[in-house]
Design a protein around this ligand. Structure first.
Ligand SMILES: Cc1cc2nc3c(=O)[nH]c(=O)nc-3n(C[C@H](O)[C@H](O)[C@H](O)COP(=O)(O)OP(=O)(O)OC[C@H]3O[C@@H](n4cnc5c(N)ncnc54)[C@H](O)[C@@H]3O)c2cc1C
Length: 465
């Protein structure tokens, strides 16, 4: 892989802006600042650019998922081997690093390799892996340091049988069984992947439903498909203690249950990387999960120090982090940021099958007493789905029964995270242009998955006529 490129260069000690973290948030900020003519440096403690997104989160997990899905579709599980599958992600990571390194090179952004801490409000110290320290000054800073898996203090994460979403990527044996504690997005995605390899999976959920912010019908579909595929979901459970030996892990639950498995994957949320950076001394506030407090322009209590991405918490998505980075940089350059992150960000959940949602759920609309109607399209009835053999899934459109304004779109099944964007484009239109009638009056390519919109729109209209 291509090494970080600026180590041999004569690094300037003073910059217009220093970005800490080269994930999507940091990259979005650095590119915008550099293109505006600022002299910019990016500090990162990983040996290569791309952040956790490229090295530990989005990219490796999605590359792994793709390999597992292909294996599932082939139906040939004889070669199923988790560590071998993990290697499939390496080439994608390498391509991403090369591409992202070229952005920094082309835009003359220096890379400061090492861990950054603040010495004072305009100076950081970067400590390399070898312990060499360099100080750098800047007028403004963007903190894009991301987050790491949350570790409760009573669990021994140094034990090789106890994994989190980072260390699972270093697994060197193929588990026969795994317990996953935490049924959020990461927990559900890994449950689908392990089960896709025919590994025995126990998914332990602290709540009474999976991903309860989703539309009920989607939650039901997800629960059904995970269960039918063999994932044992245990709702309303809380751990009491964990015991790990050389041979496996036992998860003791407060309900009295004991789950024994080869490995335990802890997936109980994330902690912002904001500790030991000298932020307290600067009066920059953080909450108990390490999330930095910012205003609507992503400024911290020190107005020249901005924070974006996972380190400010919700929505903790790569997509949002990149935009937040750009918006913060725009504010640095122009003193204002008129563009804001759209209120309604689509949810993309890469379970197998995948999920994507935008806007209101039925539950929310009912609670708000908004008169809505629903239109469905089932993938099994679409020619394209029949041709590809991916017939599990549905698209559901929620719309106002009088104005026909689209209020919510929920999709479950192959390509859901792509399909959602067609509806998003219409839903984002102002006033009467956001209408279900777009899908009725538009000719769609045939056969396509996009056709699901026309089918769902006609299905919905039949209910209001
Ligand atoms: C398993 C998993 C799957 C995911 N899948 C998706 C998905 O499908 N879609 C999606 O949109 N999002 C997904 N996410 C979330 C996504 O990865 C994050 O939202 C995104 O990485 C956040 O970007 P960021 O720029 O805030 O920081 P990060 O990508 O976290 O990068 C921060 C960088 O800063 C470095 N750093 C931290 N502290 C310092 C310091 N003091 N000095 C120097 N460097 C420092 C870190 O080492 C890291 O390189 C997933 C996350 C996980 C864990």
């Amino acid at each position: 892989m291509q090494p970080i490129h600026t180590q041999e260069k004569n690094i300037t000690d003073r910059y217009d802006a220093i970005v800490i973290g080269s994930g999507p948030g940091g990259e979005g900020a650095a590119m915008k600042l550099a293109k505006a003519g600022k002299q910019v440096a990016v500090a990162d403690d990983l040996p290569q650019v791309g952040g956790n997104c490229t090295h530990r989160g989005t990219i490796p997990s999605k590359a792994l998922r793709q390999t597992i899905q292909l294996l599932e579709e082939s139906g040939n599980y004889r070669g199923a081997n988790f560590p071998a599958m993990l290697r499939s992600a390496e080439s994608v990571i390498a391509q991403q690093v090369q591409l992202r390194s070229s952005f920094y090179e082309r835009n003359l952004v220096d890379i400061l390799q090492g861990r950054a801490t603040f010495i004072d409000a305009n100076t950081i110290e970067v400590t390399s892996a070898e312990g060499v320290k360099h100080r750098h000054m800047a007028d403004t800073f963007v903190l894009a340091t991301g987050a790491r898996p949350y570790h409760p203090s009573d669990i021994d994460f140094t034990h090789p049988r106890i994994l989190d979403s980072d260390s699972v990527l270093g697994l060197t044996t193929h588990p026969r069984s795994i317990a996953i504690y935490g049924a959020g997005v990461v927990g559900c995605e890994y449950a689908s992947m392990f089960r896709g390899l025919r590994i025995k999976v126990d998914l332990v959920n602290m709540r009474d439903r999976l991903l309860s912010y989703l539309d009920d019908e989607i939650i039901d579909a997800l629960s059904y498909h995970l269960s039918v595929n063999g994932v044992l979901i245990r709702h309303n459970e809380e751990y009491e203690r964990v015991e790990a030996t050389n041979n496996g892990v036992t998860l003791y639950l407060k309900s009295g249950k004991k789950i024994h498995s080869d490995y335990l994957l802890w997936a109980q949320g994330r902690t912002g990387n904001s500790d030991d950076m000298g932020l307290e001394e600067l009066g920059i506030e953080r909450d108990s999960r390490g999330n930095i407090k910012v205003n609507e322009n992503y400024q911290t209590a020190q107005s020249h120090i901005y924070a974006v991405g996972d380190v400010i918490g919700f929505p903790s998505l790569a997509s949002a982090a990149y935009d937040q980075g750009r918006f913060a940089a725009t504010h640095i350059v122009t003193g204002k940021s008129e563009v804001k992150l759209v209120q309604q960000i689509p949810t993309g959940i890469y379970t197998i099958p995948e999920i994507s949602s935008l806007g209101h759920t039925e539950k929310e609309l009912t609670a708000k007493k908004i008169p809505y109607e629903v239109g469905h399209s089932y993938f099994r009835s679409l020619a394209r789905a029949q041709i590809t053999g991916r017939t599990t899934g549905m698209l559901k459109i929620l719309f106002h029964r009088e104005s026909l304004e689209i209020l919510g779109i929920h999709c479950f099944g192959s390509q859901a995270s792509e399909i959602i964007h067609i509806g998003q484009a219409i839903m984002a239109q102002k006033g009467e242009a956001n209408t279900l009638m777009y899908f009725v009056n538009t000719t769609f390519n045939y056969p396509t998955m996009a056709e699901a919109y026309r089918v769902a729109a006609l299905n919905g209209l039949n209910r209001v006529q």
